[in-house]
Design a binder for this molecule. Sequence first.
Ligand SMILES: Nc1ncnc2c1ncn2[C@@H]1O[C@H](COP(=O)(O)OP(=O)(O)OP(=O)(O)O)[C@@H](O)[C@H]1O
Ligand SMILES: [Mg+2]
Length: 301
Amino acid sequence: MSHPSFASIDALGQALQEAGYFADRRLATAVFLPLRLGRPLLLEGEPGVGKTELAKALSAALQRALIRLQCYDGLEQREALYEWNYAAQLLHMRAAEGRGEVGDLEREVYTGHYLIRRPLLQALQAPEPGAVLLIDEIDRADEPFEAFLLEYLGEYQVSIPELGTVRAQVPPVTILTSNRTRELNDAVKRRCLYHWLDYPERERELAIVRAQVPQASEQLTAQVARFVGKLRQSPFKDAFARAPGIAESVEWAKALVALDTLSLDPEVASDTAGILFKQREDVAALTQDLAREILHSEDAA
Ligand SMILES: Nc1ncnc2c1ncn2[C@@H]1O[C@H](COP(=O)(O)OP(=O)(O)OP(=O)(O)O)[C@@H](O)[C@H]1O
Ligand SMILES: [Mg+2]
């Protein structure tokens, strides 16, 4: 089983870029293979590194609808797959009784007509050219939910007691993401191809910020990419509990432009630390002295 694919890894990278997403060769390969092999892709990575965005860009690149299942603690099958429209079923049965009809009412109300389709079922039943299904933040759902997903992930089908097995007309291109707040079930991992999405190289971050904040001067953009890159590396990263993601770089560049900043200095960096960090201690840790040190630090060769 294989998904519609791109002629080459480069062609896929190009299509993603046209959708506004910058992927390096390693990431493009990690997306290319699941498409070729018809397997789900499990993307793990720190917050804000572009996991969700990748699914959106891929749906644009493939010109398939994006169907999204946001996971959370307590997510249940009926919210993910389907539920019966009890109110409509009841009305139908009352009306039939009122008309004095006899017959197999139960069979009548357990048909597709009374089914409320949730994301998984919508994805399975999506007409040509099929859908991209994003199962976002699977680590937030609980283990029984993961177990429930196995049939879908392995065979692109689900069993509905009243209707039987629903098999995909077109296998949905399926992407799962996780922030790794907990370790996922091995059985889920085995059914997926795995990719750890890392913070971007400086060149790629530069390209992203340049594309999303074109108003920023080239100098400022380069400084932002360099500065944020340093914050994520030793020795500076040790000063913070959580490193900024790509989303933060982009936000920061926008904020700096809003402040008419042409070039980064320690004062403005420290004053805007609240954009880069979301924890009080981290914000406080980016002092002017530290910012100066980062600005003046050497680049590794
Ligand atoms: N490769 C990329 N190309 C273009 N923009 C990107 C890329 N990666 C990230 N971004 C930008 O960063 C933002 C955050 O990315 P996204 O929401 O996908 O992160 P995430 O990994 O899903 O984070 P979280 O774990 O918090 O959900 C996106 O809205 C997008 O603007
Ligand atoms: Mg996300």
